[in-house]
Write a protein that binds this ligand. Structure first.
Ligand SMILES: Nc1ncnc2c1ncn2[C@@H]1O[C@H](COP(=O)(O)OP(=O)(O)OP(=O)(O)O)[C@@H](O)[C@H]1O
Ligand SMILES: [Mg+2]
Length: 339
């Protein structure tokens, strides 16, 4: 597990206020006299794969993209270590809120449009830097982000018991468990990944990883992520859908119910998120072929399988919920493709 915040606070001269908890790294507001920044910390010793390795990949992407795309990511101000804890400090963006919190507040339509436009334009700046990709990359991605995470979670006996059910019931609808349809998903990926190319991406572009300053209508990208195997627009678009279509942040804040193979959660309608999603679907409709759209949906499913090992550390019930949600999305996709 990551270090406790108190250990870090007691070793610095400034005041540390926790901005967000729950994941393996810590995010704080650090205030020392006139100096104000965001500090991100990680243990150098514990859970290195999900901790330090990912934390470091975020730092490197922030440094490189800070040079290449000025004004998109907060600047890295400092990097260092305090005992067994590594840290980096970021420029503090004043009067900002996360994109998901902003939309969840149901702002007026022109505000939703302004946010969407800023997000699409900023994303396009990164995506303009392209390169050819390779045929085998998607197979590797699907293994790494769908098949392998399931195997890791199977080390948990209660998850293994859940997987023994060939079907599950998600919010009252009986569907195949995604573990039983993986071969179909590999085949669908193979058929959709034609003429592959990749580009610069944010790498974890959920709505909560954007900051929005309503007064100036300025967007910032935070929490970029390096380990995507395939850096493609399709993968990036799917991360937005993870938030706006599958409503990741909303689901993640609510307690799911799991009884036997039945999984349920009352997912509320949030008009601001729904309106944003409508705008995003228009953009995708204009940009993507039918095949590409399938690929984006396949990636959207993988966003939920790839997070399962993280959820195993934090909440077993949520892990099962997101597994069930991935199964539901996979069922919908395969039904649409094969009837
Ligand atoms: N540079 C910044 N300026 C102002 N506020 C920030 C900044 N970076 C982060 N925040 C605030 O802190 C919250 C959490 O930040 P962040 O997303 O980096 O943490 P996290 O999701 O826990 O990180 P990670 O996913 O890397 O573990 C954001 O939603 C935002 O409110
Ligand atoms: Mg984040």
């Amino acid at each position: 597990m990551a270090s406790r915040p108190d250990q870090v606070a007691s070793t610095t001269n400034g005041t540390l206020t926790r901005l967000k908890g729950g994941s393996l790294s810590g995010t704080y507001l650090l205030e020392a006299g006139a100096y104000r920044c965001v500090r991100k910390t990680i243990s150098l010793e514990e859970t290195r794969e999900y901790g330090f390795i990912r934390w470091q990949s975020q730092l490197k992407r922030l440094q490189r993209f800070g040079q290449l795309f000025p004004g998109v990511f907060p600047q890295v101000l400092d990097v260092g270590r305090e005992g067994p804890i590594a840290y980096f400090d970021l420029e503090y963006i004043e009067h900002a809120m996360s994109g998901s919190d902003f939309l969840a507040g149901n702002p007026p339509e022109p505000e939703v449009q302004a946010y969407a436009q800023a997000l699409f334009e900023t994303m396009d700046k990164l995506h303009a830097v392209k390169r050819p990709s390779c045929r085998g990359a998607l197979d590797l991605y699907l293994y790494e982000e769908m098949e392998r995470p399931l195997r890791i979670c199977c080390e948990d006996p209660s998850f293994r018991a859940f997987l023994d059910h060939p079907t599950l019931v998600f919010n009252g609808v009986e569907i195949p468990s995604i573990a039983t349809v993986l071969p179909d998903l590999y085949r669908l990926g193979e058929a959709s990944w034609k003429d592959p190319w990749e580009c610069y991406t944010h790498g974890n572009l959920t709505l909560e990883n954007t900051l929005w300053v309503p007064a100036t209508r300025k967007i910032w990208f935070i929490d970029p992520y390096e380990e995507n195997v395939t850096d493609s627009v399709h993968n990036e678009y799917s991360q937005i859908l993870q938030s706006s279509h599958a409503r990741y942040e909303i689901c993640n804040a609510l307690p799911p119910r799991v009884e036997g193979n039945r999984v349920s959660l009352d997912i509320p309608d949030v008009p601001g998120i729904r309106r944003f999603n409508d705008l995003f679907m228009v953009l995708l409709g204009a940009r993507l072929s039918e095949e590409e759209h399938r690929l984006v949906r396949l990636y959207e499913i993988s966003q939920f399988t790839r997070m399962l090992p993280f959820k195993l550390h934090t909440s077993r019930e949520r892990m099962i919920f997101f597994y069930a949600l991935a199964s539901f999305l996979a069922h919908q996709l395969l039904e649409d493709v094969h009837g």
